[in-house]
Ligand binder design. Structure first.
Ligand SMILES: Nc1nc2c(c(=O)[nH]1)N[C@H]1C(S)=C(S)[C@@H](COP(=O)(O)O)O[C@H]1N2
Ligand SMILES: [Mo]
Length: 333
């Protein structure tokens, strides 16, 4: 694994926008009296924040064997290939966004403290089959496959990762949503003792994300249990995370504990913090800039070139139909 090299998207301090620009009213109310808080959000990473982590060592090996380790590696589904090289595993597992463990990128060691067993996943709300499932029986009951997906963070870095997992459609089959259910609201664990970021009360913990039922049922929507042919690591969202390759990365919620089916559109974590900057759909579109920066290009992790960003991150053929007739709505940021 190569030593960590400072990526070029660590933009100079002068380009970083003051946090105050997008502190939402709620965040302001919650933080009243706290002064300038470090709400760097999903915005571009600032140089300085992780400079001091340069040369940090690799993630510590897990001392416990994952109870599903025998399942890996699983066969790759060739239908999900990407015409770009895979991101180096060492980069994808040491440069992360996981605000529960800090608002910088070098959270991989802190995240090892997350107890990922025992772990249960609850399905509730507007479904025929409410249930709480042990993660190991869930994983063992699902048709696992490996897929190579693009990932495009709203901050404009990107990667190409081999995920192992199962289509979310399989979870829907198991839940049997009622006909009135229009959305699924997904939630990350809440454990401020383990996750220092969750002791920062101005964030609306726990992290929440949402999809329409049609999006959740789309064949691209993938629930991840593994990465690079092994169980997924804590810093990447163990033991269960979402991969939505056509949406900005913040929609791909990590370390899931609950799926609630509802007729109300969920308000996601970043949408609650900065509704003018982070919307519900957040589909990748190079022609629709984020309010504070262009989305026209991206920088693949570990590369020094900038490449054009693609509409729906290259997955228009698979997903554009989901948004037919929604041209007047805010679907791109
Ligand atoms: N629970 C939770 N999920 C999360 C985040 C987070 O802070 N907390 N960050 C999101 C963002 S902004 C991105 S880009 C991806 C990063 O995934 P990676 O660290 O595996 O690359 O996770 C997403 N899922
Ligand atoms: Mo992101």
């Amino acid at each position: 694994m190569p030593t960590f090299i400072k990526p070029r998207w660590a933009i100079p301090e002068r380009d970083a926008t003051p946090e105050s620009v997008f502190r939402s009213r709620r965040a302001l109310i919650k933080s009243a009296g706290l002064g300038a808080i470090g709400l760097a959000a999903a915005g571009p990473a600032k140089a300085g924040i992780f400079d001091r982590f340069l040369g940090a060592d690799e993630p510590k090996p897990d001392d416990e064997v994952d109870p599903t380790a025998d399942l890996y590696p699983v066969s790759r589904n060739p239908a999900f290939a990407v015409d770009r090289p895979l991101t180096d595993k060492g980069l994808a597992t040491t440069y992360n966004n996981f605000y529960e463990f800090g608002s910088h990128k070098r959270i991989f060691n802190a995240a090892q403290a997350l107890p990922i067993r025992p772990w249960t996943v609850t399905i509730d709300g507007m479904v025929e089959a409410e249930q709480t499932i042990d993660i190991d029986s869930l994983i063992r009951s699902m048709p696992l496959e490996e897929r190579i997906y693009r990932h495009r963070c709203v901050e404009a870095w990107s990667m190409v990762v081999p995920w192992t997992g199962f289509p979310m459609a399989e979870l829907l089959k198991r839940a049997r949503p009622l006909s009135g259910a229009r959305y699924v609201r997904m939630k990350t664990f809440l454990d401020p003792e383990v996750a220092s970021g969750q002791r920062q009360s101005w964030y609306p913990w726990p992290y929440v994300e949402g999809l329409t039922i049609e999006e959740a049922a789309n064949p691209l929507t993938f629930l991840v249990t593994g990465i690079y042919g092994a169980p997924v690591e804590e810093q990447n969202g163990a033991p269960l995370r979402l991969a939505l390759p056509w949406k900005y990365g913040f929609k791909s919620i990590k370390s899931l504990v609950r799926f609630t089916f509802t007729d109300q559109r969920p308000v996601s974590f970043w949408e609650e913090l900065g509704p003018t900057e982070y919307g519900f759909f957040a589909n990748v579109n190079p022609e629709v800039p984020h309010p504070r920066w262009s989305q026209a290009t991206e920088e693949p992790l570990g590369s020094s070139e900038r490449i054009p960003t693609l509409l729906y991150n290259g997955y228009a053929e698979e997903v554009a139909g989901l948004y037919a007739g929604m041209e007047g709505e805010r679907i791109y940021y």
